[in-house]
Design a protein around this ligand. Structure first.
Ligand code: TQI
Ligand code: CA
Ligand code: ZN
Ligand code: ZN
Length: 172
């Protein structure tokens, strides 16, 4: 079953349009256009299940959600740890920060099962999970759920399960 963060923080119910900016990409070799597409697809999974919609904006200061790639200690007390281990983290509403470990062998093309590296991680799968956190979902005990706290390398999991949909629809 789905869970929420303590106190069930959420974005204001009156705010149906959230903006996001991809702000820090100097540490990834994935090009900007590809990143835009991958994050747009990940946000679309959640907008399809809710009345929320998400738009990319170029300006970090106008964005509700900021997305960036960082390595090691990057100033928020949650240092990244090199390949695997922690892949990414996102804060609860309405913080909006979503950080990805620049040291991961990110695959943005969707064919992660055929990646040459055995530590390859599917970017869209992690993005869908972290967006769940950004919107207020905690971890789920349901293994099919996007919010279930296990992901293995070379695995793609991007479709919301009934449990994720129930969790987000109950919150918004
Ligand atoms: N990052 C953890 C995660 O997103 C960070 C974290 C731990 C966390 N506990 C939390 C974030 C509680 C919010 C609330 O779960 S991770 C997975 C999963 C990670 C883990 O890099 O370990 C995914 C990133 F769920 F599969 F384990 C993406 Cl999909
Ligand atoms: Ca890591
Ligand atoms: Zn961080
Ligand atoms: Zn998580």
């Amino acid at each position: 079953l789905f869970t929420y963060f303590p106190g069930s923080p959420a974005w204001p119910r009156s705010k149906k349009s959230l903006t996001y900016a991809i702000t820090q990409t100097s540490l990834t070799s994935i090009d900007r256009a590809t990143l835009s597409q991958v994050f747009a697809r990940a946000f679309a999974r959640w907008s399809a299940a809710t009345t929320l919609n998400f738009t990319e904006t170029a300006s970090a200061k106008d964005a509700d959600i900021t997305i960036g790639f960082y390595a090691g200690d990057h100033g928020d007390g949650e240092a990244f740890d090199g390949p695997l281990g922690t892949l990414a983290h996102a804060f609860s509403p309405t913080n909006g920060r979503f950080h990805l470990d620049a040291a991961e062998a990110w695959v943005a093309t969707g064919d992660v099962s055929r990646a040459s590296s055995d530590v390859a991680v599917d970017l869209e799968s992690v993005a869908v999970h972290e967006i769940g956190h950004l919107l207020g979902l905690g971890h789920s005990a349901e293994p099919s759920a996007i919010m279930y706290p296990t992901i293995t390398s070379r695995t793609r999991k991007v479709d919301l399960a009934e449990d994720d949909v129930a969790g987000i629809q109950n919150l918004y």
